[in-house]
Design a protein around this ligand. Sequence first.
Ligand code: FES
Length: 125
Amino acid sequence: MQHILNQYQTVTEACVKTWFKVGVTEDFPENSGACIKYKTKQIAVYNFARISKWYACQNVCPHKMEMVLSLGMIGDKNGIPKVACPMHKKNFSLEDGSQLGGDDLKIATYPVKIKDGNVYIGFID
Ligand code: FES
């Protein structure tokens, strides 16, 4: 199981090597998630229109290794944008991937860039 998680590491905007185009903004439902594939990775992408922000993170939930986070409800907890896993409702910060109010689980997050109506996600490989 660990090998699945090992391929996901948080990427900061400053260290992006590849901005990968994943579609146009209209491809992504507002205030909801969608899943894209980059190489061997499944990445959840959220068009958080309510706060005019976009987020991306690993699609696999580190709790039971289910590929489901793109299906999770997004919202906020104490002002922190978050996604709730649809399986057992663990909450993860979309800002830094930390689990909010729970175990020491963490998800990888990725920068999202919108340019000329296109959606790009930043990777380091
Ligand atoms: S699989 Fe995500 S909370 Fe259990």
